[in-house]
Design a protein around this ligand. Structure first.
Ligand code: CA
Length: 228
């Protein structure tokens, strides 16, 4: 069966180019040009993935995403943001978007992100994790909030996604390449070193002793593991 994608985007040229390409990749594509009809469509039918532009007529991509999550729709959402909307990423994660792509983007990158999201949602356990606690750290997935000893820890969007992924796959050995492809969403750039840097930042923020981590473990030659 073909996987179904709903694209909510108001630039006709982009809709045309993307639909053509996605269909040639074997996806079924529906599109809507404003937030209101996009939301209606997303609630009326079942999709495997929803691409949401942030700046839309009638209802913003954020409002659409929030409404979908409130209505219990768990379909992966890939948000398309214009340049310079960095702050929006955090807002987006808090309201339940799964990934972001900044316009203009490379078609290969878009396809890689879509594949990663679809793969992730298939692999996801049926029961969605609401919160997770380790040591003095508590992660609230509904609010996209991380607390350490009761006070808020500021994570970048990518750090948060990485942490979430590791927790969802706790106990598993995960290679840097897998992390790059599933968390960053593409395999060419950035390099695997990027993963190490983000892991180091996470340890600084969350581990009691970052040099001797208890949870965010390095497995030499293999990758990383979240020890639960
Ligand atoms: Ca737009």
């Amino acid at each position: 069966m073909k996987q179904r994608i709903l694209m909510v985007e108001d630039e006709p040229g982009l809709v045309l180019t993307l639909s053509d390409r996605l269909m040639s990749e074997g996806y079924d594509v529906d599109s809507r040009e404003d937030g209101e009809s996009g939301l209606e469509q997303a609630l009326a039918q079942t999709y495997d993935l929803i691409m949401l532009d942030v700046m839309l007529p009638k209802k913003s991509g954020f409002d659409v995403c929030r409404k979908l999550r409130q209505s219990g729709v768990q379909t992966p959402v890939l948000m398309l943001t214009a340049r310079n909307q960095v702050v929006d990423k955090v807002v987006g994660l808090q309201i339940g978007a799964d990934d972001y792509l900044t316009k203009p983007f490379d078609m290969m990158e878009l396809l890689a992100r879509i594949e990663a999201l679809l793969r992730r949602s298939v692999a996801k356990p049926s029961e969605t994790l609401m919160a997770y606690q380790f040591g003095s750290v508590k992660v609230d997935f509904r609010k996209a909030e991380v607390l350490r000893d009761g006070s808020g820890v500021t994570l970048s969007a990518r750090e948060y996604q990485l942490l979430k992924y590791l927790i969802e796959h706790r106990g598993e050995t995960i290679s840097r390449e897998t992390l790059l492809s599933d968390v960053w969403g593409y395999d060419a750039t950035p390099e695997t070193r990027t993963v190490d840097v983000h892991m180091a930042w996470l340890r600084q923020k969350l581990e009691e002793n970052p040099r001797y981590p208890q949870y965010l473990l390095t497995l030499r030659g293999l990758g990383y593991k979240f020890d639960s």
